[in-house]
Design a binder for this molecule. Structure first.
Ligand SMILES: C[S@@+](CC[C@H](N)C(=O)[O-])C[C@H]1O[C@@H](n2cnc3c(N)ncnc32)[C@H](O)[C@@H]1O
Length: 405
């Protein structure tokens, strides 16, 4: 039987959907439809300079401590700031609680996955206001080759490359690592676009630019999860844990259950050619420990998926994985393992523990994609009625265990 997609995450809040999947070996009982965790995309506006937090993007449920603007509208609890080694980024301006929705942002525009060209980006931009066009061209371009220094006092010598559209031709040189650089509009799009559901093709994927959320940098231990809010047709960003003022808010662009060596090439594809997040910048010894933990979680993820006929063993493995996730600060993968635990319990008709695990999966999912997300609603339904799961009673009855306190 097949082990279906597992989790969400944040995947991670990734610029690319980094949903992890695994497959139960054929002879094992089938695991059920996994959560529909949507992984984020992002965008933003360049107006959020330093202490100025005004933005046209919708924010819901923003922290009251974040204050409000003179019109009484709530301001997002973050500001745009310079981040060493990363360009600009978003930094918390107020304490943010775990699970708090910090940003809900619709895309500036989207493009079908197969039609992401420089001219398609330019055409999409013509439908936007001048201010939005300017904000788009102020976003980072990881593929831009610095143009030769212009003579002092020449028109080209003035503003920072991010404050005005790149001159025609800039960026047409060589990107880092010898990759041929795309033209500026496409370079910016490639650096910042995030996957979103295709607006007119059910089940399909498009790529969208989000002016504010594009300013989230990547971290291999992210503190912000992203998910697609289908009702709002917008990306939602929630705090994965409590955040203190001054902390940088980061999503994860790629699945982070790999070692540093494994993450590197994937990150380079997303325009992060040398990740300077605390995990990647850690001294060799500490980094090695993190690599070992992540590699082990990844292995356990696969192994748990093959334990459909050995629920006791599966439960033992997933509890080790949950402990390692906690140690590594990667709680956005928690819900998937909790749902595995739920399925082991229903397999052997251990209903009290099944309920406890479904509840934990629900709680974890609310922090990632909110209580109204399809995944959260699904887990809540199983919490109320575990026997609704089709695996119920497929193996001889036994008592497993519930979540650790
Ligand atoms: C979507 S943008 C993020 C916002 C960007 N820093 C800015 O100034 O607008 C992605 C770019 O940010 C930088 N970046 C993001 N995360 C990084 C990280 N962990 N380490 C180094 N650079 C990072 C890279 O240059 C990457 O191409």
């Amino acid at each position: 039987m097949e082990h279906q997609p597992r989790m969400a995450s944040p995947a991670p809040s990734s610029r690319r959907s980094s949903r992890r999947t695994s497959t139960l070996s054929q002879e094992k009982p089938e695991f059920d439809e996994r959560d529909e965790f949507e992984e984020g995309t992002q965008d933003s506006t360049s107006e959020l300079e330093e202490s100025d937090t005004s933005t046209s993007s919708a924010t819901q449920d923003t922290d009251p401590d974040a204050g409000s603007d003179p019109d009484g509208a709530e301001l997002p609890p973050f500001r745009l700031a310079d981040i060493p080694g990363k360009g600009k980024g978003l930094v918390a301006t107020a304490p943010i609680q775990k699970g708090k929705l910090i940003l809900l942002e619709p895309p500036l525009f989207t493009l079908p996955r197969e039609r992401c060209t420089n001219s398609a980006v330019l055409v999409a931009l013509t439908a936007r206001t001048r201010e939005e066009q300017r904000d788009f061209f102020a976003l980072a371009n990881a593929y831009r080759t610095a143009p030769p220094a212009a003579p002092a006092n020449s028109p080209e010598s003035s503003p920072s490359p991010e404050s005005s559209p790149p001159p025609k031709g800039a960026g047409a040189g060589r990107a880092p690592h010898g990759v041929r650089a795309p033209l500026p509009a496409l370079g910016i799009f490639e650096t910042n676009a995030l996957p979103v559901p295709a607006p007119d093709a059910p089940g399909g994927e498009a790529r969208g630019v989000f002016l504010l959320a594009a300013r989230f940098n990547h971290a291999c231990t992210p503190n912000v999860a992203q998910s697609w809010d289908a009702a709002a047709r917008a990306l939602a960003f929630r705090a994965l844990g409590a955040v203190e003022p001054g902390e940088e808010l980061c999503t994860n662009y790629v699945d982070v259950l790999g070692t540093r060596a494994e993450r590197g090439p994937e990150l380079a594809e997303r325009g992060v050619f040398a990740c300077v997040c605390p995990v990647c910048a850690a001294p060799e010894g500490e980094g090695g420990e993190s690599d070992r933990r992540r590699a082990k979680i990844g292995r356990l993820f696969e192994e748990v998926g093959k334990c459909g006929k050995e629920p006791t063993l599966g439960m033992r493995k997933l509890k080790i994985a949950l402990r390692l996730l906690k140690e590594e600060g990667l709680m956005h993968y928690e819900a998937s393992f909790c749902f595995d635990a739920f399925q082991f319990c229903v397999l052997v008709s251990d209903i009290p523990n099944a309920k406890a695990w479904a509840r934990k999966a629900w709680e974890a999912t609310c922090n990632i994609s909110g209580p109204d997300s399809p995944a959260a609603r699904n887990f809540k339904m199983y919490w109320a009625n575990p026997r609704a799961h089709h695996l119920t009673g497929m193996l001889p009855r036994m008592t497993l265990s519930g979540p650790d306190p």
